[in-house]
Design a protein around this ligand. Structure first.
Ligand code: PMP
Length: 353
């Protein structure tokens, strides 16, 4: 056993790291496996500031995002992607013998972040229709300090109703932070609960520039919450979380022009999404296509392995979720641009199950 192995914390020894798309698969020419945007936009960079540390929370960035999200500036904290926000929430609010609660199938990083901090994860599976099982959540609520709910949910694309989110906020009032992960909310803005942050002292909403804003490469996310939650999180975040280039690019993306461009790109993505959904519904080897409020589509086929491999042979990467709870035979496709959709559908239509 190496010295490093001997010294590694017990819970890290057995940890299976998150299999991100870029870590678990390489190659391919069409990447439809990480829910990224297919659009690459141009940005200006001013390098004259790079000898200086950046602002702890760049004021223009915070102001722009607060305005975009319809909250006050003291209700926002920026982090290295929403992934860092997940970790910050756990490290800020959970003691060692306490737990987070998640509702699988859902985004994998909540449980992994908890594990790396030695925090338990209580899993309360969604109902068959992907709504929350409120009774089961109430039964298991003891010791829970942060509840993670993803809406629209990755990987299913389903949405949790406002009524259910209110019920969870009430259920955990005075006990736990309810963290609503809105990484995909720009694709169905009517589902957002960001405007509730002044009203609920236990609500935190996570956002990102990685999806609709087409900036997965800069690693910039936000948490929206009442100012006391933001102040607590800002004690835990490292000293300079947002580099100058990130701040500069993010501010351009959040300008009026940047937001208008994002919205027009949303239109293109929605068009391709409708095309993919329609085409999948017509393919005889697919027996279910899940409705999606996001920029990806999940579907079920008895032939998932053969299809997945055929797509890889053609350089097209999608994501296999079939080993997860409630997701047997399920594959997920991120929506790309028109040319990528053409290539995807031509392989899928030619596929002989
Ligand atoms: N939440 C969900 C639901 C996600 O799908 C992702 C990205 N895969 C994240 C958070 C993390 O986003 P970011 O790139 O901002 O770290």
């Amino acid at each position: 056993m190496s010295l490093a192995e001997q010294l590694t914390r017990q819970n890290i020894k057995g940890l299976v790291p998150y299999a991100s798309a870029r870590r678990s698969m390489s190659g391919g020419r069409i990447w439809l496996n990480a829910n990224e945007s297919p659009f690459a936009n141009d940005y200006q960079l001013d390098s004259s500031v790079l000898n200086r540390y950046p602002d702890f929370q760049p004021p223009e960035l915070i102001k722009s995002y607060a305005q975009f999200a319809g909250v006050q500036t003291n209700q926002v904290i920026a982090s290295r992607g929403a992934d860092e926000a997940i970790e910050l929430l756990i490290r800020t609010f959970c003691e060692n013998d306490e737990s987070i609660m998640i509702c699988p199938p859902t985004y994998g990083m909540y449980a992994i972040s908890a594990e790396t901090s030695n925090i338990n994860t209580k899993k309360v599976p969604l109902n068959a229709d992907f709504s929350l099982n409120l009774d089961a959540m109430a039964q298991q609520k003891s010791g829970v300090k942060v509840v993670f709910i993803c809406t629209p949910n990755n990987p299913t694309g389903s949405v949790i109703s406002h009524e259910q989110i209110k019920a969870v906020l009430d259920m955990f009032e005075g006990q736990a932070i309810v963290a609503i992960d809105e990484a995909y909310i720009e694709f169905s803005p009517e589902n957002s609960v960001a405007s509730w942050v002044s009203q609920y002292p236990n609500l935190a909403v996570m956002r990102t520039l990685s999806k609709a804003f087409a900036l997965a490469g800069i690693r910039c996310g936000f948490t929206l919450a009442n100012q006391h939650i933001i102040e607590a999180m800002s004690k835990v975040i490292p000293p300079y979380p947002i580099s100058w280039p990130v701040a500069q690019i993010a501010c351009q993306a959040l300008s009026a022009d940047g937001i208008a461009r994002m919205q027009s790109q949303l239109g293109c993505i929605n068009e391709q999404k409708a095309r993919i959904a329609q085409a999948l519904t017509e393919l005889p080897y697919i027996y279910e296509v899940l409705p999606s409020a996001s920029n990806f589509i999940m579907f079920r086929t008895e032939h998932k392995k053969a299809l997945f491999d055929t797509l890889i042979e053609q350089g097209i990467l999608i994501r296999d979720y079939s080993s997860q709870v409630m997701l047997d035979n399920s594959l997920r496709i991120s929506v790309g641009n028109k040319e990528e959709t053409d290539a995807l559908l031509s392989v899928m239509k030619a596929f002989n199950a």
